[in-house]
Design a protein around this ligand. Sequence first.
Ligand SMILES: *Cc1c(COP(=O)(O)O)cnc(C)c1O
Length: 358
Amino acid sequence: MNATKKIHNFSAGPSILSSYAINKSMEDIQNFAGTGLSILEISHRSAEFEAVMEECRLLVKSILNLSDDYDILFLQGGASTQFYQIPMNFLKTKGVYTQTGTWASKAIEEAQAYGEVIIAASSKSKNFNFIPTDYSIDPSADYFHCTSNNTIFGTQMQSFPETNIPLICDMSSDIFSRKIDANKFQMIYAGAQKNMGPAGVTLAIVHKDIYNRKADRHIPTMLDYQIHAKNGSMYNTPPVFPILVSKYNLEWVRDNGGLNGMEIRNTEKANLLYNAIDSSEYFEGTTEVSSRSFMNVCFVFKQETPELVSKFEAACLDANISGIKGHRSVGGYRASLYNALPIDSVQALVDVMMNFDK
Ligand SMILES: *Cc1c(COP(=O)(O)O)cnc(C)c1O
């Protein structure tokens, strides 16, 4: 039932999902869990959907190997809502942030409305082409916030700093893509539409200890993590369908080796593409090599001309390559290699680049 023409989907988000998740979801649109009803028309309070919610929660927990100290919440409003929900809940006097890209900058801007924001490190002056590693974190701050993978600029944190204050991370574009020690974090959040599922649900993983650090201000009910935790992410109507699709996609992650399997798969894809870029006569990467993202690979023409651009883009179109236009703030090209993207798709892009060199 899938499109007959095979498209190599390099979209940065919403992005490629496993065909397993798409096919299972299609079945549930027609007849969900044998109810004779569509998942699109069933109550979120039905036993069948409650089971989906619980399975999805358990998949997140087991894939990330999280302890029982965490609440796993399925929220709405995207990662962008987390940019202000986090400081609203936890910023009492000051928060420490790293400014490593557009999303990190937006998180900083939102936090500034709630208190002092210390920018411990920034790569802004170099158009965010590297990940700063040499900085210190004020131990008296309320929390430290970072972005693990900078989707637009194609840089990724290779390690996380040690700190005594709560570690909070936006993992929207690399969650479930590599091995991490998730129990190091007091909070992890991610919009689903890159590596977890479709648009419409936001994952928030919250360590229960952080509730003791709540700021003394009025928090609207819908923005209070504890309310969502107490109600099992069903305080109001949750995004039923995105949670279902995410559940299937996480089953696919689990069945393909979990974080370890994803890391092997994604490393292989990224190496294939970066090697092609590095050996190309026409293309070059845009970031420092040590900061390269294994999820979003950004590259440009060494010397761009309108002829080269139209030739390359026509060749990509011809090879059914979709979604590689770079973000306007970087230009050039960006190939997103999220979990579900098969290595054959990367090979198809590499073939176009190699032919180009000839
Ligand atoms: C896409 C993205 C966001 C924004 O997510 P929304 O769900 O659209 O709000 C935030 N942070 C990162 C790292 C992203 O890649």
